[in-house]
Design a protein around this ligand. Structure first.
Ligand code: HEM
Length: 443
């Protein structure tokens, strides 16, 4: 059980807030999917143009705020304390000010940013403050830098790189950077790619920590393969943007190198998890069954995401997939299948969920979520293939006819997405209920 003292820890407040954002994200996702099949639904007050950013931003907030909470919690386990709890509290306050006002600005229809960060740029300021406080806290908590395990380097690098790329994503506010459309778009996509690389460093670092924590060894945290993953991740942070700009006239070699590196990074993470699973003895596995199962689920999705990404990386195929639902499938496959499942592995570890009844319920949710995510993903890919065929071979055919042909896949997407969303909501409710019950038992 989680001791009561721990429950009051600020990292729990981050994680609880993250779980609420997960519920908000999937709820808006279901509404967006419904708007795919009922065109014009809530067009006047709550159109897809509002629902999409509400969904995507809440999903990104779930990933960011939970990653920060997990890193702060694990940092405390490793270093016995974090540098400043009050700094962490201020970080949470700034995050909440930014995130809530961003969601409100979308609801009120006040935009002004760019794709993925569509809110008025002024709202980025509290977000920026929050991230600066996080970076200071993470750096100050690591008192000695010599001979630190790989996950500490990953957390430090992830914090700095995210900060750097976040600032970079706002360079377009300076007129000189906007003057040339190609360099403007290149910087924009580079910064987005690096931001994802930044949060992946926080998340992958936590995976290595969790795997060593469960097996009670330091097998991976000082291993060559984990450091290889770190350096590939670092390279990726700098160059993985290449594959976002296939359609821009930039040197091709950058795109090929970047794609190769991002594939290798996923392959290595997948291999580490695979080998680690095989190395666990039965007792350890069963005592940590929930984190173990979520890590396994993420491993399956690393494999599936790799398969799709390898296909999409072939330039002649990329020309087809660009701007179709295949790209959406790829992004959601990675953010749900890899990021969300890994984060849930840490959440179940941190909340120390061991009671058989809770374990059974959460495992059932996970299994249903895995199947529905697969159907969800496949339906997006098929819809994308049909759209790509229309774009390239039948542009003379009316858009509305093509969209009509996609309806069966959109209906499947909606149904499987609703099941997936329900699983996540139930899972979050179980975690909250479990946490509330253990807290009361401890009092
Ligand atoms: C943890 C759960 C989820 C995460 C992290 C997530 C993440 C994302 C991301 C990052 C995008 C942007 C994709 C892109 O622009 O390429 C997106 C789009 C979208 N998602 Fe999700 N999603 C989640 C769950 C769901 C669920 C359960 C549904 C629906 C039932 C859903 C429906 C949608 C829709 C309709 C879009 C807009 C696609 C478009 O622009 O055409 N999502 N999601």
């Amino acid at each position: 059980m989680v001791p009561l003292k721990d429950k009051k820890e600020v990292s729990f407040q981050f994680i609880n807030t993250g779980l609420i954002f997960l519920v908000v994200a999937v709820s808006f996702g279901v509404l967006g999917a419904l708007q795919y099949i009922i065109t014009g639904l809530f067009r006047d007050n709550f159109s897809f143009a509002k629902v999409r950013p509400l969904h995507v931003s809440s999903a990104v907030f779930w990933i960011l705020i939970t990653s920060c909470g997990v890193v702060l919690y694990y940092m405390k386990e490793v270093m016995n304390s974090i540098w400043s709890r009050s700094l962490a509290r201020w970080q949470l306050i700034f995050f909440l000010i930014a995130m809530i006002s961003i969601l409100c600005s979308y609801i009120l229809g006040i935009f002004g940013g760019r794709e993925y960060w569509e809110f008025p740029p002024v709202l980025a300021i509290p977000f920026l403050f929050a991230w600066i406080l996080f970076t200071i806290n993470v750096f100050k908590s690591v008192r000695i830098y010599r001979r630190q395990p790989v996950y500490i380097w990953m957390w430090l690098t992830g914090a700095v790189y995210f900060l750097f790329s976040f600032l970079e994503s706002y360079l377009w506010l300076i007129p000189n950077f906007r003057a040339n459309i190609v360099s403007d778009m290149t910087i924009q996509w580079k910064s987005y790619g690096s931001m994802v690389g930044g949060w992946n460093m926080l998340i992958y670092g936590s995976s290595i920590y969790l795997m060593d924590k469960i097996s009670g060894t330091k097998q991976y945290s000082y291993s060559k393969i984990a450091f290889l993953l770190y350096f590939l991740g670092l390279f990726n942070l700098m160059f993985n943007w290449g594959h976002h700009i296939y359609t821009l006239p930039t040197p091709k070699f950058i795109q090929y190198i970047s794609y190769l590196v991002s594939m290798t990074e996923l392959l290595i993470l997948g291999r580490i998890i695979y080998n680690w699973r095989a190395s666990l003895n039965t007792a350890t596995k069963y005592y940590n069954i929930l984190p173990f199962r979520f890590l396994f689920a993420a491993d399956i999705w690393i494999f599936l995401t790799l398969l799709l990404a390898i296909g999409m990386s072939i330039p002649s195929i990329n020309a087809y997939t660009h701007g179709t639902h295949i790209t959406v499938g790829h992004t959601m496959g990675a953010t749900i299948g890899i990021n969300t499942f890994l984060l849930l592995a840490y959440v179940t570890d941190i909340f120390k969920i061991h009671k058989p009844k809770a374990v059974r319920r959460i495992s059932t949710c996970l299994h249903i979520a895995l199947v529905s995510l697969f159907v969800f993903w496949i339906s997006l890919i098929i819809a994308g293939v049909i759209k790509a065929d229309w774009q390239m071979h039948h542009p003379d055919e009316a858009f509305s006819i093509m969209m009509y042909n996609l309806r069966p896949y959109f209906i499947t997407f909606f149904i499987s997405g609703t099941i997936l969303a329900t699983c996540f909501i139930i899972l979050v409710l179980f975690v909250f209920k479990y946490s509330y019950q253990t807290e009361n038992n401890n009092e």
